[in-house]
Each structure stands twice: as structure tokens, then as C-alpha cells.
Design a protein around this ligand. Structure first.
Ligand SMILES: [Zn+2]
Length: 170
């Protein structure tokens, strides 16, 4: 598979460890970044966010078009609620969780850096890197609620030490 074969690359947020490999995917058809994340990163061009990582990458900036999540801000990717990019701010402004829901209402949740692993939402420990602690806490409460929901097949953090490469089918 080549990058140009990929329809959508969904960027949870623009922190260095999530964005500095973006150029390798620049030929993908759509590289999705929340506009609020892009604006936030632009205002804070320091250690966490460096423009050079996405300077020559054609980012598809999107505005919220739906109201899911802890702050009622989400982006319905295909207009059928099957894939929602849900704003879970705190760690950064435009951080999104990706929720993939099948026709039975079962879903998979990837919450990026909304928590650093299962322990984060089980013990309600917010990550040390934060732009807004109270928003981060509210987002983590939402991640906890979603993860404990019986319809949740699996929830996954980016940096969870317990995570191993897996294929999810549901
Ligand atoms: Zn991060």
C-alpha cells in the first residue's frame, strides 16, 4: 500500500510526536485536522508544534458539523455518524477522539492523548501536558463513560503501554 492509496489520514492533534511524520503521508487523499487544532498550534509555535512538519502538506481543515462529545463538538466524516471525530480538548485545543460505530451501535474509540492509557480513565489521572486542566478532566470523564459503555468494543489510547498491534473487527 502506498500513501496515495489512503483515503483518509486522521490526525488526532498536532503535537510533535503525532505530526512530525506527516510528510511521509502527504500523498494521501485527505489529511484531516480540526481547524481549531491548527489555529491553536499556529499560536504556539514552540517545542510542541512546529510548522515545518506540515508546511508542505495539504491539510484538510474541518469545522465541527455535529455535536457529540463532552463539549458538543464533533465532525461527522461521512454524514452518517459511522465515523465521528470528537473534540476532547484539554491536552490541546482541537484534540479529537475517533469513534467508529457499526450498524448495531457497537463502537471502537481511539482517544489519542486524551489519556495516556487505560489507567488514565480508570483512575482519572490527566496527563501532565495540558493547555486547560479543567477541560482535560471533563474530556477524560467522557472517555471513561464511553469506555465503560457496554456498546464499546474497545477503547484505545495512543501511548498506552498495554497496547499491542491488533486488528479490530466488529
Ligand atoms: Zn500529545
Amino acid at each position: 500500500m502506498k500513501p496515495s492509496d489512503i483515503d483518509y489520514v486522521i490526525i488526532s492533534h498536532l503535537d510533535c510526536d503525532h505530526a512530525n511524520g506527516l510528510r511521509q503521508f502527504k500523498d494521501a487523499k485527505n489529511i484531516m485536522v480540526a481547524r481549531s487544532e491548527y489555529e491553536y498550534a499556529k499560536k504556539h509555535p514552540y517545542i510542541r508544534f512546529k510548522k515545518k512538519w506540515w508546511d508542505d502538506v495539504d491539510l484538510n481543515l474541518y469545522d465541527w458539523n455535529d455535536s457529540q462529545g463532552p463539549f458538543g463538538r464533533s465532525y461527522d466524516l461521512f454524514g452518517d455518524k459511522s465515523i465521528e471525530l470528537i473534540n476532547i480538548p484539554g491536552h490541546t485545543a482541537g484534540l479529537v477522539a475517533t469513534k467508529i460505530t457499526n450498524s448495531d451501535g457497537k463502537y471502537f474509540l481511539y482517544y489519542g492523548d486524551g489519556g495516556y492509557g487505560e489507567k488514565s480513565w480508570k483512575e482519572m489521572v490527566t496527563s501532565g501536558i495540558s493547555m486547560d486542566k479543567s477541560a482535560q478532566k471533563k474530556s477524560l470523564e467522557w472517555i471513561r463513560k464511553e469506555s465503560l459503555d457496554p456498546n464499546c468494543v474497545r477503547s484505545l489510547a495512543c501511548h498506552g503501554i498495554e497496547e499491542k498491534p491488533e486488528v479490530f473487527e466488529f
